[in-house]
Design a protein around this ligand. Structure first.
Ligand code: MCA
Ligand code: AMP
Length: 506
């Protein structure tokens, strides 16, 4: 018989003996016990399979944050279905691409977007549509309530897919990163151990649950520890402050910490019960790291990861946590190489390459793109410019990929540029990142008109993008310019544009 590597089976094996213990609670959610997780995920798994979804089918989900959405994720694991979460900010054009590419059997969305998404789903061969709103109500939970509360979790091999998470690409088209049950389980075990999870831990959860950070890093640590989660709908500094005294662990993107520090009510006393604050998804500024320690006495543990591999390096739990570094490799091999794959000596800046059980299986239906991002010996090329210091700590010093990270969300300039270039009246465009006090980096666009639309203005470009793309991709500022600076090879000089955007701000 096949050993069962289903990630849900691992979680369940860690559930407390007393299943009536609280798993999820929060100011805006009902309380759920571990027994609820077990029974309600069984009901949803029964519903999905009764609708005809079979092992390996994708289930695409775009819904607000609720405990029911977490239970849906568990149900998909149990039924051997592949969970495909989508950022709630994505608009119709973006959803159309994901559904067309992943061809899910079932789509679950907010009732308010049912009309628009059904129209898309109909053209993508989707068999069933269900709804779930941010309060956890909708046809999914209504129909699941009629199902049996027992479900035999489907055995999975380590290499079977558990989830597909789309990550934008430098070519402008998103790629679906295929994550297996073992990718997720191995990383969860690593983090649980490395970050010293222990009995009595309570995790304060304020991250969105459609990306690796909130869905896997935070949830999995808590589930492996049978910890209670204080589950917040969104990040609101006042609500965080109110709940920190009854929590022990908090995970956030750097913007969370910048915003907390802006609150007078965020004090040492509020953080007294806390054991651990972690940061990642974007670089944490040294000034934020220092201000946080000064204010609270806690040293933020910065770690580094990516959708394709979960968490890759981490500052130590017990040793010194150093500002501006991402610590040491977790349970994966790492090396730093040049563009051609030649391994560089310690101290030199190169691209981080990684290999380990956490590294994904490849991009969904893109064998060539997958092959291009792996070395022949199996190392994955992260695209992050890295240096290993004499102290052994790793520092992410830049990116070889043209990528902007705004408030923890990745924005690929190419995608925005291609979109702006289609706008009537536009000849060409270039998108760059500019430092931003709240989001870390802000999206800035330079647009060259073609003269066919007289008087094209910055706000016209912003309105055009706002209508079709997720809000975090909308440029915070647009410059209308006569031309773009190019080098002798004809390549746009983005550094010059960045300098100009910064100078304008100053
Ligand atoms: C919201 N806005 C943004 C962003 N978020 N603009 C730029 N970047 C953003 N990230 C804009 C909206 O367009 C809107 O603009 C205005 O801010 C208010 O929107 P609202 O939704 O109310 O914003 P918010 O609730 O204040 O959201 C900010 C946030 C959120 C809480 C920082 O962006 C967030 O939760 N970020 C976390 C992302 C995350 O989880 N990343 C992990 C990826 P307007 O008013 O003009 O319409 S996983 C990962 O990266 C790897 C694996 C890793 O290492 O973890
Ligand atoms: P994504 O795969 O979309 O979640 O984004 C992953 C990318 O976020 C990585 O390739 C890095 O460029 C960046 N990233 C994540 N954590 C950190 C960190 N602590 N410091 C710097 N960059 C980070």
């Amino acid at each position: 018989m096949m050993t069962d590597n289903n990630l849900y089976t691992l979680f369940e094996s860690r559930f407390p003996a007393d299943l009536t213990e609280t798993a999820f609670e929060g100011p805006e959610v009902s309380t759920f016990t571990f027994c609820d997780l077990q029974e309600k995920s069984a009901q949803m798994a029964n519903l999905l399979t009764s609708l005809g979804a079979v092992t390996g089918d994708r289930v695409a989900v775009q819904t607000g944050k609720s405990v029911e959405a977490v239970i849906l994720y568990l149900a998909c694991l149990r039924a051997g279905l592949v969970y495909l979460p989508l950022n709630t900010a994505y608009k119709a054009a973006e959803i159309e691409y994901f559904l067309g590419d992943a061809t899910p059997a079932v789509v679950i969305c907010d009732p308010a977007s049912l009309g628009a998404i059904s129209a898309i789903a109909n053209t993508c061969g989707v068999q069933e549509m269900l709804t779930l709103d941010e309060n956890g109500t909708g046809s999914l939970t209504n129909r699941a309530a009629e199902q049996a509360t027992k479900f035999e979790t489907v055995a999975r091999a380590a290499d079977d897919l558990a989830a597909i998470l789309y990550t934008s690409g430098t070519t402008g088209r998103s790629k679906g990163a295929m994550l297996t049950h073992d990718n997720l389980a191995s990383n969860a075990r690593t983090l649980h151990k490395h970050w010293g999870f222990t009995e009595g831990d309570v995790l304060l959860h304020a991250l969105p649950i459609f990306h690796v950070h909130g869905l896997f890093v935070a949830l999995h640590c808590a589930l492996l520890n049978a910890s209670k989660l204080i589950f917040l709908k969104k990040f609101d500094p006042a609500v965080i402050i109110a709940n920190l005294p009854s929590s022990t662990v908090f995970m956030g993107v750097p913007t969370f910490y910048v915003r907390l520090l802006a609150e007078d009510g965020f004090t040492k006393e509020i953080c007294q019960n806390m054991r651990l604050f972690t940061a990642g998804s974007a670089p944490l500024l040294e000034e934020t790291f220092n201000a946080f320690e000064e204010r609270t006495g806690h040293v933020i543990l910065e770690r580094y990861g990516m959708t394709e591999a979960g968490m890759i390096t981490s500052n130590p739990y017990d040793g010194e946590r150093k500002a501006g570094t991402v610590g040491f490799p977790l349970d994966n091999a790492v090396r730093i190489a040049d563009e051609d794959g030649n391994i560089l000596p310690d101290g030199e800046i190169g691209i981080l390459e990684i290999k380990g059980p956490n590294v994904f299986k490849g991009y969904w239906q893109m064998p060539e793109k997958t092959a291009a991002e792996f070395r022949p010996d199996g190392y994955f090329i992260t695209g992050d410019m890295t240096r290993k210091g004499e102290d052994g700590y790793y520092r992410i010093v830049g990116r070889s990929k043209d990528l902007i990270i705004s408030g923890g969300y990745n924005v690929y300039p190419k995608e925005i540029e291609s979109f702006i270039d289609e706008m009537p009246g536009v000849a060409e465009s270039a998108v760059v990142g500019r430092p931003h006090p709240d989001f870390g980096e802000a999206v800035i666009a330079f647009v060259v008109p073609d003269g066919s639309v007289p008087g094209l203005k910055d706000e016209d470009v912003i309105a055009f993008i706002k209508e079709k793309l997720a809000n975090f991709k909308v440029p915070k500022q647009v410059f209308i310019v006569d031309d773009l600076p190019r080098n002798t090879m004809g390549k746009v000089q983005k550094n010059q544009l960045r300098d100009r955007a910064v100078a304008d701000q100053e």
